[in-house]
Design a protein around this ligand. Structure first.
Ligand code: NAD
Length: 498
Protein backbone atom coordinates (compact mmCIF):
# COMPACT_ATOMS: atom_id res chain seq x y z
CA UNK A 1 0.00 0.00 0.00
CA UNK A 2 1.21 3.50 -0.84
CA UNK A 3 2.42 5.52 2.14
CA UNK A 4 2.24 9.30 2.08
CA UNK A 5 5.22 10.64 4.00
CA UNK A 6 6.16 14.03 5.38
CA UNK A 7 8.19 16.38 3.20
CA UNK A 8 11.10 17.65 5.25
CA UNK A 9 14.27 19.28 3.96
CA UNK A 10 13.34 18.50 0.38
CA UNK A 11 12.73 14.78 0.90
CA UNK A 12 9.55 12.76 1.35
CA UNK A 13 9.90 10.23 4.16
CA UNK A 14 8.08 8.69 7.10
CA UNK A 15 10.61 10.31 9.42
CA UNK A 16 10.13 9.06 12.97
CA UNK A 17 6.47 8.14 12.46
CA UNK A 18 5.25 4.89 13.95
CA UNK A 19 1.56 5.66 13.51
CA UNK A 20 -0.29 5.84 10.23
CA UNK A 21 -3.84 6.81 9.28
CA UNK A 22 -5.87 5.29 6.45
CA UNK A 23 -6.68 7.46 3.44
CA UNK A 24 -9.94 6.37 1.80
CA UNK A 25 -11.41 6.59 -1.66
CA UNK A 26 -14.74 8.25 -0.76
CA UNK A 27 -16.43 6.91 -3.89
CA UNK A 28 -15.80 3.25 -2.99
CA UNK A 29 -15.05 3.32 0.73
CA UNK A 30 -11.79 1.46 0.04
CA UNK A 31 -8.51 2.27 1.76
CA UNK A 32 -6.17 3.49 -0.98
CA UNK A 33 -3.14 4.72 0.98
CA UNK A 34 -1.96 5.52 4.48
CA UNK A 35 -0.47 8.72 5.77
CA UNK A 36 2.34 8.97 8.31
CA UNK A 37 1.42 10.86 11.47
CA UNK A 38 4.21 13.12 12.69
CA UNK A 39 5.89 12.72 16.05
CA UNK A 40 7.32 15.70 17.96
CA UNK A 41 10.71 14.73 16.48
CA UNK A 42 9.31 15.13 12.94
CA UNK A 43 7.98 18.59 13.71
CA UNK A 44 11.33 19.46 15.28
CA UNK A 45 13.13 18.27 12.14
CA UNK A 46 10.83 20.42 9.96
CA UNK A 47 11.45 23.49 12.13
CA UNK A 48 15.22 22.88 12.17
CA UNK A 49 15.28 22.56 8.38
CA UNK A 50 13.19 25.74 8.04
CA UNK A 51 15.37 27.67 10.50
CA UNK A 52 18.55 26.66 8.67
CA UNK A 53 17.25 27.66 5.24
CA UNK A 54 15.28 30.84 6.02
CA UNK A 55 17.99 33.49 6.51
CA UNK A 56 19.52 32.87 3.09
CA UNK A 57 16.10 32.84 1.44
CA UNK A 58 15.16 36.10 3.17
CA UNK A 59 18.42 37.62 1.91
CA UNK A 60 17.70 36.51 -1.67
CA UNK A 61 16.43 39.51 -3.56
CA UNK A 62 12.65 39.54 -4.05
CA UNK A 63 12.88 39.39 -7.83
CA UNK A 64 14.82 36.12 -7.66
CA UNK A 65 12.35 34.72 -5.13
CA UNK A 66 9.56 35.70 -7.53
CA UNK A 67 11.23 33.75 -10.34
CA UNK A 68 10.74 30.57 -8.34
CA UNK A 69 7.02 31.32 -8.38
CA UNK A 70 7.00 31.83 -12.15
CA UNK A 71 8.54 28.33 -12.45
CA UNK A 72 6.18 26.92 -9.80
CA UNK A 73 3.14 28.20 -11.68
CA UNK A 74 4.42 26.64 -14.91
CA UNK A 75 4.98 23.27 -13.20
CA UNK A 76 1.54 23.26 -11.61
CA UNK A 77 0.05 23.96 -15.04
CA UNK A 78 2.18 21.17 -16.53
CA UNK A 79 0.88 18.68 -13.94
CA UNK A 80 -2.67 20.05 -13.69
CA UNK A 81 -4.39 16.86 -14.83
CA UNK A 82 -2.34 14.65 -12.51
CA UNK A 83 -2.91 16.98 -9.54
CA UNK A 84 -6.65 17.14 -10.22
CA UNK A 85 -6.96 13.35 -10.49
CA UNK A 86 -4.95 12.82 -7.29
CA UNK A 87 -7.13 15.37 -5.53
CA UNK A 88 -10.39 13.82 -6.76
CA UNK A 89 -9.32 10.33 -5.75
CA UNK A 90 -8.88 11.39 -2.12
CA UNK A 91 -11.49 14.13 -1.81
CA UNK A 92 -14.23 12.78 -4.07
CA UNK A 93 -15.00 16.00 -5.98
CA UNK A 94 -15.17 15.78 -9.78
CA UNK A 95 -11.97 16.20 -11.77
CA UNK A 96 -13.20 19.47 -13.33
CA UNK A 97 -14.03 20.82 -9.86
CA UNK A 98 -10.61 19.65 -8.63
CA UNK A 99 -9.00 21.66 -11.43
CA UNK A 100 -10.83 24.71 -10.08
CA UNK A 101 -9.42 23.92 -6.63
CA UNK A 102 -5.87 23.86 -8.05
CA UNK A 103 -6.45 26.91 -10.25
CA UNK A 104 -7.82 29.11 -7.46
CA UNK A 105 -4.62 28.34 -5.51
CA UNK A 106 -2.40 28.77 -8.54
CA UNK A 107 -3.78 32.29 -8.99
CA UNK A 108 -2.34 33.24 -5.60
CA UNK A 109 1.05 31.83 -6.64
CA UNK A 110 0.76 34.09 -9.73
CA UNK A 111 -0.19 37.08 -7.57
CA UNK A 112 2.83 36.71 -5.28
CA UNK A 113 5.20 36.70 -8.25
CA UNK A 114 4.56 40.45 -7.86
CA UNK A 115 6.24 40.36 -4.42
CA UNK A 116 9.01 42.80 -5.42
CA UNK A 117 6.33 45.44 -6.00
CA UNK A 118 4.14 44.36 -3.08
CA UNK A 119 7.04 44.58 -0.63
CA UNK A 120 8.05 48.14 -1.50
CA UNK A 121 8.07 50.22 1.65
CA UNK A 122 7.31 53.86 2.44
CA UNK A 123 9.79 56.75 2.54
CA UNK A 124 9.57 60.29 3.86
CA UNK A 125 12.32 62.54 2.65
CA UNK A 126 12.96 65.30 5.21
CA UNK A 127 10.66 64.17 8.02
CA UNK A 128 12.56 66.72 10.16
CA UNK A 129 15.78 68.73 9.88
CA UNK A 130 18.22 66.32 8.23
CA UNK A 131 15.94 63.42 9.12
CA UNK A 132 14.55 60.80 6.76
CA UNK A 133 12.11 58.13 7.76
CA UNK A 134 11.36 54.86 6.01
CA UNK A 135 9.35 51.72 6.64
CA UNK A 136 10.07 48.30 5.28
CA UNK A 137 8.37 44.94 5.53
CA UNK A 138 10.47 42.01 6.67
CA UNK A 139 9.53 38.33 6.84
CA UNK A 140 8.38 36.99 10.21
CA UNK A 141 10.82 34.04 9.98
CA UNK A 142 9.00 30.71 10.11
CA UNK A 143 5.28 30.57 9.39
CA UNK A 144 2.90 27.63 9.60
CA UNK A 145 -0.39 26.76 7.91
CA UNK A 146 -3.05 24.30 9.07
CA UNK A 147 -5.53 23.46 6.35
CA UNK A 148 -8.90 21.69 5.93
CA UNK A 149 -9.80 18.71 3.75
CA UNK A 150 -12.14 20.50 1.39
CA UNK A 151 -9.58 22.45 -0.69
CA UNK A 152 -6.36 20.44 -0.45
CA UNK A 153 -4.66 22.47 -3.19
CA UNK A 154 -6.22 25.93 -3.01
CA UNK A 155 -5.89 26.68 0.69
CA UNK A 156 -2.30 25.42 1.11
CA UNK A 157 -1.38 27.56 -1.92
CA UNK A 158 -3.20 30.58 -0.44
CA UNK A 159 -0.96 30.36 2.62
CA UNK A 160 2.38 29.07 1.44
CA UNK A 161 2.64 31.35 -1.60
CA UNK A 162 2.64 34.76 0.14
CA UNK A 163 4.48 33.41 3.19
CA UNK A 164 7.37 32.12 1.08
CA UNK A 165 7.44 34.88 -1.55
CA UNK A 166 8.07 37.51 1.14
CA UNK A 167 11.04 35.55 2.52
CA UNK A 168 9.72 33.17 5.18
CA UNK A 169 10.16 29.44 5.56
CA UNK A 170 6.85 27.63 5.87
CA UNK A 171 5.55 24.50 7.56
CA UNK A 172 2.30 23.09 6.20
CA UNK A 173 0.09 20.78 8.24
CA UNK A 174 -2.53 19.73 5.68
CA UNK A 175 -5.67 17.71 6.35
CA UNK A 176 -4.80 14.10 7.07
CA UNK A 177 -7.85 13.01 5.03
CA UNK A 178 -6.47 14.05 1.61
CA UNK A 179 -2.73 14.64 2.10
CA UNK A 180 -1.25 13.65 -1.29
CA UNK A 181 -1.71 16.91 -3.20
CA UNK A 182 0.01 19.11 -0.58
CA UNK A 183 3.09 16.82 -0.72
CA UNK A 184 3.07 16.90 -4.51
CA UNK A 185 2.89 20.72 -4.42
CA UNK A 186 5.94 20.82 -2.12
CA UNK A 187 7.83 18.57 -4.54
CA UNK A 188 6.93 20.86 -7.43
CA UNK A 189 8.12 23.91 -5.46
CA UNK A 190 11.54 22.30 -5.01
CA UNK A 191 11.60 21.37 -8.71
CA UNK A 192 10.81 25.04 -9.41
CA UNK A 193 13.98 26.07 -7.58
CA UNK A 194 12.78 26.62 -4.02
CA UNK A 195 15.67 25.84 -1.66
CA UNK A 196 15.18 22.75 0.52
CA UNK A 197 13.78 23.53 3.93
CA UNK A 198 11.77 26.57 2.86
CA UNK A 199 8.64 24.47 2.46
CA UNK A 200 8.11 21.47 4.74
CA UNK A 201 4.97 19.36 5.12
CA UNK A 202 4.12 17.40 8.27
CA UNK A 203 1.00 15.27 8.63
CA UNK A 204 -1.15 14.63 11.65
CA UNK A 205 -4.08 15.84 13.71
CA UNK A 206 -4.49 17.67 17.01
CA UNK A 207 -1.11 16.58 18.46
CA UNK A 208 0.82 18.08 15.57
CA UNK A 209 -1.32 21.24 15.58
CA UNK A 210 -0.67 21.64 19.30
CA UNK A 211 3.06 21.22 18.65
CA UNK A 212 2.90 24.02 16.08
CA UNK A 213 0.87 26.30 18.37
CA UNK A 214 3.44 25.90 21.15
CA UNK A 215 6.66 25.99 19.13
CA UNK A 216 8.81 28.96 20.06
CA UNK A 217 10.44 29.21 16.62
CA UNK A 218 7.14 29.45 14.70
CA UNK A 219 6.15 33.12 14.57
CA UNK A 220 2.90 33.22 12.59
CA UNK A 221 0.09 30.73 12.07
CA UNK A 222 -2.68 30.65 9.51
CA UNK A 223 -5.57 28.25 10.07
CA UNK A 224 -8.59 27.32 7.97
CA UNK A 225 -11.15 24.76 9.18
CA UNK A 226 -14.27 24.46 11.31
CA UNK A 227 -15.27 27.21 13.73
CA UNK A 228 -14.66 25.36 17.04
CA UNK A 229 -11.09 24.48 16.00
CA UNK A 230 -10.51 27.95 14.51
CA UNK A 231 -11.55 29.49 17.84
CA UNK A 232 -9.22 27.13 19.71
CA UNK A 233 -6.26 27.75 17.39
CA UNK A 234 -6.77 31.51 17.56
CA UNK A 235 -6.87 31.51 21.36
CA UNK A 236 -3.96 29.13 21.91
CA UNK A 237 -1.67 30.75 19.34
CA UNK A 238 -2.40 34.25 20.66
CA UNK A 239 -1.80 33.04 24.21
CA UNK A 240 1.63 31.88 23.05
CA UNK A 241 2.34 35.32 21.60
CA UNK A 242 2.04 34.37 17.95
CA UNK A 243 0.54 36.23 15.05
CA UNK A 244 -2.55 34.25 14.08
CA UNK A 245 -5.43 34.32 11.63
CA UNK A 246 -8.06 31.57 11.89
CA UNK A 247 -10.89 31.07 9.42
CA UNK A 248 -13.90 28.99 10.42
CA UNK A 249 -17.13 27.52 9.15
CA UNK A 250 -20.08 29.10 7.42
CA UNK A 251 -23.80 29.14 6.74
CA UNK A 252 -24.22 31.14 3.55
CA UNK A 253 -27.59 32.55 2.53
CA UNK A 254 -28.74 33.55 -0.93
CA UNK A 255 -31.61 36.05 -0.97
CA UNK A 256 -33.88 35.82 -4.01
CA UNK A 257 -35.94 38.92 -4.71
CA UNK A 258 -39.29 38.62 -6.53
CA UNK A 259 -37.87 40.38 -9.60
CA UNK A 260 -34.96 37.93 -10.02
CA UNK A 261 -34.71 35.68 -13.05
CA UNK A 262 -35.85 32.40 -11.42
CA UNK A 263 -34.06 30.17 -13.93
CA UNK A 264 -30.77 31.92 -13.35
CA UNK A 265 -31.31 31.90 -9.58
CA UNK A 266 -32.12 28.17 -9.65
CA UNK A 267 -29.04 27.40 -11.76
CA UNK A 268 -26.96 29.42 -9.30
CA UNK A 269 -28.40 27.52 -6.34
CA UNK A 270 -27.66 24.18 -7.99
CA UNK A 271 -23.97 24.96 -8.42
CA UNK A 272 -23.56 26.77 -5.12
CA UNK A 273 -25.59 24.27 -3.09
CA UNK A 274 -24.53 20.97 -4.61
CA UNK A 275 -21.16 21.67 -6.26
CA UNK A 276 -18.44 19.73 -4.42
CA UNK A 277 -21.33 17.98 -2.56
CA UNK A 278 -21.86 21.18 -0.55
CA UNK A 279 -18.40 20.82 1.03
CA UNK A 280 -17.33 24.41 0.40
CA UNK A 281 -17.08 27.13 3.00
CA UNK A 282 -18.70 29.38 0.38
CA UNK A 283 -21.47 26.89 -0.52
CA UNK A 284 -24.97 28.32 -0.38
CA UNK A 285 -26.83 26.23 2.17
CA UNK A 286 -29.85 28.51 2.73
CA UNK A 287 -31.99 30.03 -0.02
CA UNK A 288 -34.14 32.94 1.17
CA UNK A 289 -36.88 33.73 -1.34
CA UNK A 290 -38.74 36.95 -0.60
CA UNK A 291 -42.51 36.46 -0.80
CA UNK A 292 -44.58 33.27 -1.04
CA UNK A 293 -44.83 33.48 -4.83
CA UNK A 294 -41.04 33.73 -5.18
CA UNK A 295 -40.62 30.73 -2.86
CA UNK A 296 -43.06 28.60 -4.84
CA UNK A 297 -41.40 29.56 -8.13
CA UNK A 298 -37.87 28.79 -6.92
CA UNK A 299 -38.91 25.41 -5.50
CA UNK A 300 -40.58 24.54 -8.81
CA UNK A 301 -37.46 25.60 -10.73
CA UNK A 302 -35.17 23.61 -8.42
CA UNK A 303 -37.12 20.35 -8.32
CA UNK A 304 -36.47 19.12 -11.90
CA UNK A 305 -32.88 20.33 -11.78
CA UNK A 306 -32.18 18.37 -8.60
CA UNK A 307 -33.89 15.27 -9.98
CA UNK A 308 -31.62 15.43 -13.04
CA UNK A 309 -28.37 16.04 -11.11
CA UNK A 310 -25.87 13.32 -11.97
CA UNK A 311 -24.29 11.96 -8.80
CA UNK A 312 -21.35 9.61 -9.19
CA UNK A 313 -17.67 8.95 -8.70
CA UNK A 314 -15.07 11.44 -9.94
CA UNK A 315 -13.80 8.74 -12.30
CA UNK A 316 -17.07 9.04 -14.30
CA UNK A 317 -16.72 12.13 -16.50
CA UNK A 318 -20.49 12.61 -16.51
CA UNK A 319 -20.66 13.06 -12.72
CA UNK A 320 -21.70 16.51 -11.55
CA UNK A 321 -21.47 15.75 -7.84
CA UNK A 322 -19.37 13.22 -5.95
CA UNK A 323 -19.51 11.63 -2.51
CA UNK A 324 -18.78 13.37 0.79
CA UNK A 325 -15.43 12.94 2.47
CA UNK A 326 -15.94 10.21 5.11
CA UNK A 327 -18.43 7.63 6.31
CA UNK A 328 -18.80 9.66 9.54
CA UNK A 329 -19.66 12.74 7.52
CA UNK A 330 -22.19 10.78 5.42
CA UNK A 331 -23.88 9.49 8.58
CA UNK A 332 -23.87 12.91 10.25
CA UNK A 333 -25.54 14.49 7.20
CA UNK A 334 -28.23 11.80 7.05
CA UNK A 335 -28.91 12.24 10.78
CA UNK A 336 -29.27 15.98 10.27
CA UNK A 337 -31.73 15.39 7.40
CA UNK A 338 -33.79 13.17 9.71
CA UNK A 339 -33.73 15.89 12.37
CA UNK A 340 -35.08 18.35 9.79
CA UNK A 341 -38.04 16.03 9.18
CA UNK A 342 -38.74 15.50 12.87
CA UNK A 343 -38.43 19.22 13.62
CA UNK A 344 -41.08 20.10 11.04
CA UNK A 345 -39.33 21.18 7.82
CA UNK A 346 -40.84 19.99 4.50
CA UNK A 347 -38.52 17.48 2.87
CA UNK A 348 -39.09 18.18 -0.84
CA UNK A 349 -36.32 15.88 -2.12
CA UNK A 350 -34.70 13.26 0.11
CA UNK A 351 -31.10 12.22 -0.60
CA UNK A 352 -30.75 9.78 2.30
CA UNK A 353 -31.43 6.61 0.32
CA UNK A 354 -29.29 7.47 -2.65
CA UNK A 355 -27.54 4.35 -3.98
CA UNK A 356 -25.31 3.72 -6.96
CA UNK A 357 -24.69 0.27 -8.35
CA UNK A 358 -21.05 -0.73 -7.87
CA UNK A 359 -20.50 2.04 -5.31
CA UNK A 360 -22.66 0.78 -2.46
CA UNK A 361 -19.88 1.42 0.06
CA UNK A 362 -19.13 4.94 -1.20
CA UNK A 363 -19.99 7.94 0.96
CA UNK A 364 -22.74 9.29 -1.25
CA UNK A 365 -25.63 11.44 -0.12
CA UNK A 366 -28.15 12.44 -2.76
CA UNK A 367 -29.01 16.12 -3.25
CA UNK A 368 -31.60 17.11 -0.68
CA UNK A 369 -34.05 20.01 -0.62
CA UNK A 370 -35.96 21.30 2.39
CA UNK A 371 -38.68 23.95 2.37
CA UNK A 372 -40.18 25.94 5.28
CA UNK A 373 -36.96 25.82 7.29
CA UNK A 374 -36.88 28.06 10.38
CA UNK A 375 -33.98 29.32 12.52
CA UNK A 376 -34.68 27.03 15.51
CA UNK A 377 -34.15 23.85 13.45
CA UNK A 378 -30.82 22.00 13.62
CA UNK A 379 -30.60 21.94 9.82
CA UNK A 380 -30.54 25.75 9.96
CA UNK A 381 -28.28 26.12 12.99
CA UNK A 382 -25.62 23.56 12.03
CA UNK A 383 -23.13 23.85 9.20
CA UNK A 384 -24.24 20.66 7.41
CA UNK A 385 -21.32 20.64 4.95
CA UNK A 386 -23.17 18.32 2.61
CA UNK A 387 -25.56 18.46 -0.37
CA UNK A 388 -28.54 19.81 1.57
CA UNK A 389 -30.23 23.03 0.51
CA UNK A 390 -32.65 24.66 2.93
CA UNK A 391 -35.30 27.13 1.80
CA UNK A 392 -36.16 29.64 4.55
CA UNK A 393 -39.03 31.81 3.35
CA UNK A 394 -39.08 35.54 4.15
CA UNK A 395 -42.10 37.75 3.60
CA UNK A 396 -40.16 40.99 3.01
CA UNK A 397 -36.68 42.12 1.99
CA UNK A 398 -36.15 43.45 5.53
CA UNK A 399 -36.99 40.06 7.03
CA UNK A 400 -34.55 38.35 4.64
CA UNK A 401 -31.78 40.82 5.49
CA UNK A 402 -32.35 40.32 9.23
CA UNK A 403 -32.20 36.56 8.86
CA UNK A 404 -28.78 36.81 7.21
CA UNK A 405 -27.59 39.39 9.74
CA UNK A 406 -28.75 37.38 12.78
CA UNK A 407 -26.86 34.27 11.71
CA UNK A 408 -23.74 33.74 13.81
CA UNK A 409 -21.63 32.97 10.74
CA UNK A 410 -20.49 35.66 8.32
CA UNK A 411 -18.50 34.13 5.48
CA UNK A 412 -20.44 34.74 2.27
CA UNK A 413 -23.88 35.77 1.06
CA UNK A 414 -25.58 36.71 -2.18
CA UNK A 415 -28.61 38.55 -3.46
CA UNK A 416 -30.31 37.77 -6.76
CA UNK A 417 -32.26 40.70 -8.15
CA UNK A 418 -32.60 43.14 -11.04
CA UNK A 419 -33.19 45.98 -8.56
CA UNK A 420 -30.02 48.07 -8.16
CA UNK A 421 -31.35 49.81 -5.07
CA UNK A 422 -31.99 46.54 -3.25
CA UNK A 423 -28.61 45.14 -4.27
CA UNK A 424 -26.78 48.26 -3.18
CA UNK A 425 -28.59 48.39 0.14
CA UNK A 426 -27.86 44.70 0.76
CA UNK A 427 -24.14 45.02 -0.02
CA UNK A 428 -23.83 48.11 2.18
CA UNK A 429 -25.72 46.84 5.23
CA UNK A 430 -25.13 43.12 5.48
CA UNK A 431 -22.63 42.03 8.18
CA UNK A 432 -20.93 39.37 6.04
CA UNK A 433 -17.37 39.40 4.69
CA UNK A 434 -17.99 38.44 1.05
CA UNK A 435 -21.09 39.50 -0.87
CA UNK A 436 -22.32 38.46 -4.30
CA UNK A 437 -24.76 40.43 -6.43
CA UNK A 438 -26.18 37.85 -8.83
CA UNK A 439 -23.01 35.86 -8.07
CA UNK A 440 -23.74 32.86 -5.85
CA UNK A 441 -20.18 31.97 -4.72
CA UNK A 442 -18.44 35.35 -4.40
CA UNK A 443 -14.89 34.12 -3.74
CA UNK A 444 -12.69 37.15 -4.43
CA UNK A 445 -9.82 36.81 -6.89
CA UNK A 446 -6.21 36.53 -5.71
CA UNK A 447 -5.49 40.27 -5.78
CA UNK A 448 -8.43 41.03 -3.48
CA UNK A 449 -8.62 39.37 -0.11
CA UNK A 450 -10.72 36.49 1.21
CA UNK A 451 -12.22 36.39 4.68
CA UNK A 452 -15.47 36.22 6.59
CA UNK A 453 -16.88 38.08 9.57
CA UNK A 454 -18.37 36.98 12.90
CA UNK A 455 -17.82 33.27 13.74
CA UNK A 456 -16.32 32.63 10.29
CA UNK A 457 -12.98 34.32 11.00
CA UNK A 458 -10.82 35.28 13.96
CA UNK A 459 -8.03 37.80 13.46
CA UNK A 460 -7.86 40.97 11.45
CA UNK A 461 -6.06 40.18 8.19
CA UNK A 462 -7.50 38.09 5.38
CA UNK A 463 -6.14 35.44 3.03
CA UNK A 464 -4.39 36.57 -0.17
CA UNK A 465 -4.45 40.08 -1.68
CA UNK A 466 -2.31 42.72 0.02
CA UNK A 467 -3.56 41.52 3.43
CA UNK A 468 -1.52 38.35 3.01
CA UNK A 469 1.66 40.36 2.41
CA UNK A 470 0.97 42.22 5.65
CA UNK A 471 0.17 39.05 7.58
CA UNK A 472 3.43 37.31 6.65
CA UNK A 473 5.67 40.33 7.24
CA UNK A 474 6.49 42.70 10.07
CA UNK A 475 6.87 46.43 9.61
CA UNK A 476 10.13 48.06 10.60
CA UNK A 477 10.41 51.85 10.58
CA UNK A 478 13.79 53.56 10.49
CA UNK A 479 14.40 57.19 11.47
CA UNK A 480 17.79 58.35 10.15
CA UNK A 481 19.83 61.49 10.70
CA UNK A 482 23.45 61.93 9.63
CA UNK A 483 26.11 63.76 11.71
CA UNK A 484 25.81 67.03 9.78
CA UNK A 485 22.16 67.30 10.94
CA UNK A 486 22.82 66.55 14.63
CA UNK A 487 23.05 69.55 17.02
CA UNK A 488 25.51 69.47 19.88
CA UNK A 489 24.22 68.84 23.38
CA UNK A 490 21.86 66.31 24.92
CA UNK A 491 18.08 66.74 24.63
CA UNK A 492 16.04 65.39 27.54
CA UNK A 493 12.53 66.12 26.34
CA UNK A 494 10.56 63.60 24.29
CA UNK A 495 11.73 64.13 20.69
CA UNK A 496 9.16 66.23 18.83
CA UNK A 497 9.29 67.82 15.41
CA UNK A 498 9.65 71.58 15.98
P1 NAD B 1 -11.45 20.71 10.74
O1 NAD B 1 -11.63 21.88 11.62
O2 NAD B 1 -11.93 19.38 11.19
O3 NAD B 1 -9.88 20.51 10.41
C1 NAD B 1 -9.08 21.58 9.96
C2 NAD B 1 -7.63 21.31 10.36
O4 NAD B 1 -7.55 21.26 11.79
C3 NAD B 1 -7.09 19.98 9.84
O5 NAD B 1 -5.77 20.17 9.42
C4 NAD B 1 -7.17 19.08 11.05
O6 NAD B 1 -6.17 18.08 11.07
C5 NAD B 1 -6.97 20.03 12.22
N1 NAD B 1 -7.69 19.61 13.43
C6 NAD B 1 -8.76 18.78 13.50
N2 NAD B 1 -9.15 18.65 14.80
C7 NAD B 1 -8.31 19.42 15.53
C8 NAD B 1 -8.22 19.69 16.93
N3 NAD B 1 -9.08 19.16 17.81
N4 NAD B 1 -7.26 20.53 17.35
C9 NAD B 1 -6.40 21.08 16.47
N5 NAD B 1 -6.45 20.85 15.14
C10 NAD B 1 -7.39 20.03 14.67
O7 NAD B 1 -12.09 21.10 9.32
P2 NAD B 1 -12.33 20.17 8.05
O8 NAD B 1 -13.43 19.22 8.33
O9 NAD B 1 -11.05 19.65 7.55
O10 NAD B 1 -12.82 21.27 6.99
C11 NAD B 1 -14.14 21.70 6.89
C12 NAD B 1 -14.39 22.98 7.66
O11 NAD B 1 -13.51 24.00 7.22
C13 NAD B 1 -15.78 23.53 7.46
O12 NAD B 1 -16.26 24.00 8.69
C14 NAD B 1 -15.57 24.67 6.48
O13 NAD B 1 -16.56 25.67 6.51
C15 NAD B 1 -14.26 25.18 6.93
N6 NAD B 1 -13.60 25.96 5.89
C16 NAD B 1 -13.53 27.31 6.07
C17 NAD B 1 -12.96 28.09 5.10
C18 NAD B 1 -12.86 29.58 5.27
O14 NAD B 1 -12.11 30.19 4.54
N7 NAD B 1 -13.56 30.18 6.20
C19 NAD B 1 -12.46 27.50 3.93
C20 NAD B 1 -12.54 26.12 3.80
C21 NAD B 1 -13.11 25.36 4.80
Amino acid sequence: MRTIGHFIDGVESNGHSTQFQDVFNPATGEIQARVALATPADLEAAVASAAAAQPKWAATNPQRRARVFFNFVALINRDMQELAELLSAEHGKTVEDAKGDVLRGLEVAEFVAGAPHLLKGEYTDGAGPGIDMYSMRQPVGIGAGITPFNFPAMIPLWMLSPAIAVGNAFILKPSERDPSVPVKLAQLAVEAGLPKGILNVVHGGKDVVDGILAHDKIEAISFVGSTPIARYVYGAAAQNGKRVQAFGGAKNHMVIMPDADMNKAADALMGAGFGSAGERCMAVSVAVPVGEGTADRIIEALRPRIEKLKVGPASDKASEMGPVITKASQERIKTLISSGVSQGADLVIDGRDFALQGYENGYFVGPTLFDHVTPEMDIYKEEIFGPVLCVARASTYGEALNLVMDNPYGNGTAIFTRDGDAARDFAARVNIGMVGVNVPVPVPLAYHSFGGWKASAFGDLNQHGTDSIKFWTRTKTVTARWPSGIKDGAEFQMPVMK
